[in-house]
Design a protein around this ligand. Sequence first.
Ligand code: GTP
Length: 326
Amino acid sequence: MTLQALVLVGGKGTRLQPLTSEIPKPILTLVDRPFMRYMIEWLGSHGVDEVVLACGFLPDQLQGVLGDGGEDGPRLRYLVEPEPLGTAGAIKFAAPYLADRFFALNGDVLTDLDLTALWEFHEERQARVSLGLYPVDDPSNFGLVDLNQDGSVRDFHEKPDPGHVGSGLVSAGAYVIDREALDLVPEDRKVSIEHEVFPLLVGDGLYGLRLDGYWKDIGTPERYLEATWDIIENRVETAADVDGRGVYVSPEAQVSSRATIGPRTVIADGCKVGDGARISDSVLLEGCRVGEDAVITDSILAPGVSVASGVAVGELVIGKNGHVDA
Ligand code: GTP
């Protein structure tokens, strides 16, 4: 049997702009590889043979970078929606290519949650849809999910009650879905799976399982940086080539021995950093140029950004090929 995972990658990534204005979020470099590679590696480690990417925004770039998946990992297949159909619409659009049961995932989380456990839980319960749930300390930005004793979903709360204290379970954006549940998705309009489909399944085959491990949505600059530090400081296990000291400098970068790099810094392929420059708590994506004595702190520089000599850059997100002059 082919085990499939459908990954939603059709969003515009507006919260990560200007980084994502010209580069789709799934292929933005995270430390030493396109972000989506981490997801594909994670899916492969749970036995997934085929990853179906539900694309919308800049699909050719995505395919150009990720290709067909290569020799070792899952096979990649690309589907392009004529227009954004929402999370449920996108899954339904892909249905002709999907098996009777499959994983579905939001395409912007860095995680090592145990998908195999979720699959087994789904089969034991004979569920129609099973949600991977993750405990968060501050659930104020998330919808909460309440479970019955048997793991069936009792209720969704959009916002925790005022004064709510303690952790709560939220959807981790990782599901096992039986294809027949897609019959509930109306055609010909944008439909959200979280808001419009899951509520219809409460009491009718919708289950949830708490999964512990690492989980982070990389969809904002703050969280993209947090995920970066978590990788380079070894708080999440990935295949990234890091030594745990909190600095990653690509072997393809040219950094002056008289520059000061770190703490918490990534310098990607093709960057050039001049004498006396100081870079900390920042990510420089491919091909950035940093002049002598420039100072960069708490910032993300998209590919091809140049920073002139002596300039100070702090708490900025700079889009592709941007220039910061004196
Ligand atoms: P923001 O614009 O910053 O909110 O980011 P986003 O566009 O990625 O939206 P959001 O984080 O809400 O989406 C969650 C996941 O679903 C992401 O992986 C998106 O790529 C994906 N997604 C959202 N809407 C669609 C859609 O209409 N079609 C497809 N194929 N994927 C979608």
